[in-house]
Design a protein around this ligand. Sequence first.
Ligand SMILES: C=C1C[C@]23C[C@@]1(O)CC[C@H]2[C@@]12CC[C@H](O)[C@@](C)(C(=O)O1)[C@H]2[C@@H]3C(=O)O
Ligand code: AKG
Ligand code: FE2
Length: 343
Amino acid sequence: MVVLANPPVVDQIPLLRSPGPADYFSAIPVVDLSSPGAARAVVDACERFGFFKVVNHGVATETMDRAEAEAVRFFAQAQADKDRAGPAYPFGYGSKRIGLNGDMGWLEYILLAVDSASVSDACAVPSSAAFRNALNEYIAGVRNVATRVLEAMAEGLGIAPVDALSAMVKEQGSDQVFRVNHYPPCPALQGLGCSATGFGEHTDPQLVSVLRCNGTSGLQIALQDGARQWVSVPSDRDAFFVNVGDSLQVLTNGRFRSVKHRVVTNSLKSRVSFIYFAGPQLAQRIAPLPQLLGEGEESLYKEFTWGDYKKAAYKTRLGDNRLSPFEKFARWPDRAAATEAGL
Ligand SMILES: C=C1C[C@]23C[C@@]1(O)CC[C@H]2[C@@]12CC[C@H](O)[C@@](C)(C(=O)O1)[C@H]2[C@@H]3C(=O)O
Ligand SMILES: O=C(O)CCC(=O)C(=O)O
Ligand SMILES: [Fe+2]
């Protein structure tokens, strides 16, 4: 018998049941950002799903198309050229390995730090001026969408001032990350009733993430109705999709729940997605906003900063509950995580 010391990388990517037409979820809330009802609609969607789609967002189609075309050009390069732009730690090109703790997916990506509204000078990738300019134009647009969404949330929640949430992600030194993911097709699995995991199940750490993808579906979210059912999100290349992240869950004392999501690969079509992760400064205290705590209501979480969360988060696997070290009422198995984080 031949025993491989290092099994091939593809063997380490978990398979998932292929989504069928019945799994497509038509009830994803749609928020028209230009309408007077946006604030209420955003809060309702965050309470019910931690996820919604945004239309009439004001970002030009050409801006999105140009960034997508440049990303396609980048990923079409020879593997050796792309590998020279890696590894993705902390920023750069990565393939199949996600994070540093053993997670694998059928994807390649670039991870970038954002300063203010453009790719940080600290990131040498991408080196092409055309790609960098296209990304900067896109990032300026998507950052504006994130700001308006966070303002709508504050308005809908009745928090003053209206920039209480958006200021956290706009301040100088706020921790913004941008990711471009490319999921190549996986033809070998066609007709087998299963798909490769593109990006394993997880919640995003920041306040919100704003996602845009090409016309290929694959994103799935877990419904928050107790059944924990996975549903597929129909793709829409003209819209943005917003995820509630762990930090916003804490800021709202659990009123909004961070949404579990994952990506399943398509057997025939590639998926290209852009995700802007809106995080605060490292020193930002993450605690329920006082205006959201009812009389006598206690925080569900211990005191921590975004820096404390990040330090603990980067030791976790993708599917872990990254808030468990900070939960006051942790269930038994989570106590070990709290002790390890020194809380
Ligand atoms: C496994 C990991 C990858 C990740 C860092 C982590 O240790 C746990 C959180 C992961 C995540 C998920 C959302 C974003 O894609 C990401 C950039 C982030 O902020 O947290 C990734 C991290 C990563 O890929 O480095
Ligand atoms: O690529 C996607 O569509 C989603 C990826 C994702 O959830 C992430 O990068 O955090
Ligand atoms: Fe995510």
